[in-house]
Design a binder for this molecule. Structure first.
Ligand SMILES: O=c1ccn([C@H]2C[C@H](O)[C@@H](COP(=O)(O)OP(=O)(O)OP(=O)(O)O)O2)c(=O)[nH]1
Ligand SMILES: [Mg+2]
Length: 175
């Protein structure tokens, strides 16, 4: 059988499981976390303190120094994906993640381009980008299912233009 699309382990991640579909008609391949990771709550600094005080009925003024930005956390999967040139892998959240774990994808959906595979920078390592809107830090354990990937075809415009070669991800193609 010729290779059309699929998953492989990133070289440095030997003991991860390749994504599988949970049921016969599931559209998404479920990805697991490759490592233990903590997603800090966005409320950790400042606003959380104010909210807690407000819930108790205490008056607290929010000032700039109390607030610290918390970035989304990239969660390693240890997986790379190959596919046709006119295909991409769409990364989606699990619907149980916001409901049970207060976890959102920072980018809404992730787009894994076919030219990301085996790139010189990180070999095409697929990452999920999580924001924790819960009040406490969330620990994700290695092997926990974190999200899903759906292979899709895409179309090109009549005026199709490309400006360079992919060398990595997350901003590697410029501003
Ligand atoms: O959730 C994501 C989104 C993207 N990627 C990887 C695969 C994708 O091919 C690459 C670039 O993603 P995108 O084009 O969405 O991000 P960008 O900010 O435009 O980065 P670049 O300049 O590298 O294209 O990063 C992930 O691993 N997870
Ligand atoms: Mg891009």
């Amino acid at each position: 059988m010729s290779k059309l699309r699929g998953f492989e382990k990133v070289t440095t991640f030997k003991d991860v499981n390749l994504p599988v579909r949970a049921t016969k008609n599931a559209a998404g391949y479920d990805f697991e976390a490759a490592v233990d990771v903590v997603i800090p709550t966005i409320w950790k600094q400042g606003i959380g303190t104010v909210l807690k005080a407000a819930l108790k009925g205490d008056a607290v003024l929010l000032d700039e120094k109390m607030v610290k930005e918390v970035k989304p956390v990239l969660v390693s999967t240890g997986i790379k994906a190959y596919m046709g040139e006119d295909e991409f892998l769409q990364l989606c959240n699990r619907s149980s993640n916001p409901l049970k774990n207060f976890l959102l994808l920072g980018n809404g959906v992730g787009v894994i381009d076919s030219d990301y595979y085996d790139n010189a920078d990180n070999e095409g390592h697929i990452m999920f980008q999580f924001i924790n809107f819960g009040l406490t830090d969330k620990v994700i354990k290695k092997g926990e299912r974190i999200g899903q990937g759906i292979f899709l075809p895409f179309l090109k415009a009549d005026q199709d233009v490309t400006v360079g070669e992919r060398t990595g991800g997350f901003g590697s193609s410029g501003k």
